[in-house]
Design a binder for this molecule. Structure first.
Ligand code: PXG
Length: 464
């Protein structure tokens, strides 16, 4: 067998990648021309690529490496668990210590009576679980017709048939026959792009009341649940106006609709609390988690379920589960990750140190000619690129053109910041220090300067 190692020339690795690796959410022909950037190592908040460049990871991998890279304790936890019990299932009336311990720990951390955990391997799988669980819940209550799940346009809940249907990404629905039946979408609370002349508070109420209108239209006896990310992540770090979630909560309570908070990005410290629901004042019946649960060191996710829903589901055999539900190695890694978050005071670090320090510098970017607004909750942030300051108008060029140019300038300046159309998003590891934030902001500012110059030079600085 041929050995493929970190020490091979980049071009050779890129050629093999192009020949054999089908990348997710990628036009692979285009990537093959250009060659993928190859990441070889990482430590703390810094990635190293195959050319030896040191890159600040402003996205914590993919919104997940909350405790930062290179934590040996997680390696040891995995090695210990692999030695002791690398796999056993949790199906046929069996259990094992890592799954028991992690479920119990999550029950301690989750707010209210969210005391039960159904294990999955990812956020997508957990949301597929949620679709089946809430529908089965209502069936057990004698209301099988309560099967519709209401979600939002531009939501992201995963990429499987079920979770991709829950999501509101039109580009995803256009491929592969999504959405599955009985999933409907209302508008998103995206004031900057869609709020027109309303104040953010008026707009937040209006968008929340689309839920009430949809329930009235369908009949409450048809609606099982509403699902939303406390703060939309992949959609562009859209922070809803303050009026939005209280009104959604009121409507779910009034009509007896289950509320699912998708905490895959917002969980485990990202917003300055254990869960985004606490930051946004939401009382969900179910929370979806993944990513930061293990800081991305091992694939694990699941559904945190309230007493009443769990008790109802417990009455029947729930014909659902995954081979890797409660995988012992992933559970052991997640437990160690949660220990580190708690014992090292990482959430307090976000709240008291990293957020305030970054917020001052992030919001100062509002003075940049290319920036239309900045948002930051905990350590998830966004900025809108604008062709015309003060107007909130989009670019005349195809949406995403300015964002792509800016992302490329970030790469060139050794900093990772993602674009969602013409919005730049950040979610650095939660352990980022003030000194690292200084370097991060320096590079981001240089990238914005270069991007602005390029956008102007290419005649793209025009509002549509
Ligand atoms: N819910 C939310 C809120 C997510 O952000 C998922 C569910 C699905 O999780 P899995 O583990 O199945 O990927 C996610 C994932 C992006 C990007 O480009 C975001 C995600 C995944 C891939 C890309 O921002 N979020």
């Amino acid at each position: 067998m041929r050995q493929i190692t970190n020490h091979m020339p980049t071009a050779e690795l890129q050629a093999l990648d192009a020949a054999h690796h089908m990348h997710p959410f990628t036009q692979n022909d285009g990537l093959a021309q250009k060659g993928a950037r190859i990441i070889t190592r990482a430590e703390g908040v810094t990635l190293t690529d195959s050319e030896g460049r040191q890159i600040i990871d402003g996205m914590a991998g993919l919104w997940c490496v909350n405790i930062g890279y290179g934590r040996k304790e997680l390696v040891d936890a995995a090695a210990r668990q692999m030695t002791e019990l690398p796999f056993y299932n949790t199906f046929f009336q069996t259990s094992h210590v890592p799954a028991i311990a992690l479920a119990a720990r999550i029950a301690e951390l989750a707010p209210g009576d969210l005391n039960h955990f159904f294990f999955a391997g990812s956020g997508s799988e957990a949301n597929d679980t949620n679709i089946r669980m809430v529908r089965h819940y209502w069936a057990l209550k004698g209301k099988p017709e309560k099967s519709v799940i209401i979600s939002r346009k531009n939501a992201y809940h995963g990429s499987s048939m079920g979770s991709g249907s829950l999501g509101g990404m039109s580009a995803m629905h256009a491929q592969g026959g999504l959405p599955i039946p009985d999933i409907v979408h209302i508008g998103q609370p995206h004031w900057y792009l869609e709020g027109g002349d309303m104040t953010p508070e008026e707009f937040g109420l209006m968008r929340a009341r689309e839920l009430e209108a949809k329930i009235e239209e369908l009949g409450a006896d048809r609606v099982a649940a509403f699902i939303g990310e406390p703060i939309q992540g992949a959609g562009g770090v859209i922070v809803p106006p303050s009026t939005y979630w209280p009104e959604i909560q009121r409507i779910c309570d009034k009509y007896g609709i289950l509320l699912i908070a998708d905490e895959v990005i917002t969980g485990f410290g990202r917003t300055g609390n254990w869960f985004g629901s606490q930051t946004m004042g939401i009382r969900p019946h179910i929370m979806t988690v993944a990513k930061g649960l293990s800081s991305g060191y091992a694939p694990i996710g699941g559904s945190i379920v309230c007493d009443e829903v769990a008790a109802t589901i417990a009455q029947d055999e729930f014909n659902h589960g995954y081979t890797y539900s409660g995988h012992p190695v992933c559970a052991a890694v997640a437990l160690e990750n949660l220990r580190i978050i708690e014992e090292e005071g990482i959430i307090e670090h976000v709240r008291d140190v990293a957020h305030p320090y970054l917020a001052e510098k992030w919001h100062a970017l509002n003075d940049h000619p290319l920036v239309g607004e900045t948002k930051l909750v905990g350590l998830m942030g966004s900025l809108a690129l604008t062709p015309e300051k003060g107007s909130r108008k989009p670019f005349a060029a195809e949406a995403g053109t300015a964002g792509y140019i800016t992302r490329e300038r970030c790469f060139a300046n050794d900093v990772v910041m993602r674009h969602v159309y013409d919005r730049m998003v950040i979610a650095p590891p939660l352990v980022i220090t003030p000194a690292q934030i200084d370097v991060f902001i320096e590079r981001v500012t240089k990238a914005l300067d270069e991007s602005y110059a390029q956008i102007k030079a290419e005649g793209l600085l025009k509002a549509g």
